[in-house]
Design a protein around this ligand. Structure first.
Ligand SMILES: Nc1ncnc2c1ncn2[C@@H]1O[C@H](COP(=O)(O)OP(=O)(O)OP(=O)(O)O)[C@@H](O)[C@H]1O
Ligand SMILES: [Mg+2]
Length: 256
């Protein structure tokens, strides 16, 4: 991992990615209205919120797919606001979008190799091997087209593709969407959590609030393009408003 340790000299978690007062949208007015979030090295920060609350829009603004209309994004202390996606990838920020996360007509190996597009030719092979140690299942299907993978395998490939550049920050947009609950829990606890254990900062969008809190160090609740609540999983679970909206209504079950 290119993240260089989980704590700053004073012992506080190091902010690998910091977004300050971000506003962003699709041209016809802002959809994100002044959102600040922080992802620390070695930690998982979760963003939960209902459909249409702006979770994906926020991640797109952080990844450079959308240009924020105001606010600042810092990666490792460096200002990356408004940079194109390739520059942001170069700055150590990896992004797995909610949809179109792999290239269907290409094989698993070709998808991984494409993920290494910023590497030199001789770095690619060893890096593929390293990614396969993290996702051994992919090693058994290197010549299969991505379009033929199961939902879970596809999500592993999407994460593996981003892992090719060993980013210090992972932006993951609903990696468990359309997965059965057991598979979703496995992906979160085994793979997403492992990225943080290896030193990276993970900012993950999840509709499965309970599952997300289970692996998160910190969580944000987004609603109407704003942060409505933020805190540790314990703090949020202790808030009756949060529990009623996100843990009691069967959302997790209804998606499984
Ligand atoms: N490409 C686009 N052009 C215009 N409006 C968009 C576009 N993508 C999303 N929106 C709008 O922005 C708002 C926020 O959408 P966004 O995709 O960020 O929500 P979300 O929280 O990720 O939802 P979900 O949980 O369904 O993925 C919605 O009202 C949506 O209709
Ligand atoms: Mg979304």
């Amino acid at each position: 991992m290119s993240a260089d340790g989980a704590a700053s000299p004073d012992g506080a978690p190091r902010a690998a990615l910091q977004a300050e007062d971000i506003r962003a949208g699709y041209g016809a007015g802002d959809i994100i209205h002044g959102v600040s979030v922080l992802a620390a090295s070695g930690q998982v920060a979760a963003i939960v919120g209902p459909n249409g609350s702006g979770k994906s829009t926020l991640l797109k603004a952080l990844a450079g797919v959308l240009r924020p209309s105001s606010g600042r994004v810092l990666a490792g202390g460096r200002d990356i606001t408004g940079m194109p996606p390739e520059e942001i990838a170069r700055a150590g920020v990896g992004y797995v979008p909610q949809v179109d996360d792999v290239f269907g007509p290409l094989t698993v190996r070709e998808n991984l190799e494409m993920g290494g597009y910023l590497l030199s030719a001789r770095e690619v092979g060893p890096r593929v091997e390293r990614v396969l140690r993290v996702f051994p299942r992919l090693g058994q299907m290197l010549t299969r087209r991505a379009a033929r993978l199961s939902g879970g395998e596809r999500k592993m490939l999407a994460m593996g593709r981003v892992l090719m550049l060993e980013p210090a920050v992972f932006l993951l947009d609903e990696p468990t969407a359309n997965l059965a609950p057991k598979l979703a829990a496995e992906l979160l606890s085994e793979h997403v959590r492992a990225l943080a254990e290896n030193g990276a900062a993970v900012l993950i969008v999840e509709q499965r609030a309970r599952a997300a809190l289970g692996i998160a160090d910190h969580a944000y609740v987004l609603g109407g393009g704003q942060v409505l609540m933020a805190g540790t999983p314990a703090e949020l679970s202790a808030s009756s408003g949060f529990t009623e909206s996100f843990l009691g209504g069967g959302r997790d079950r209804s998606r499984g």
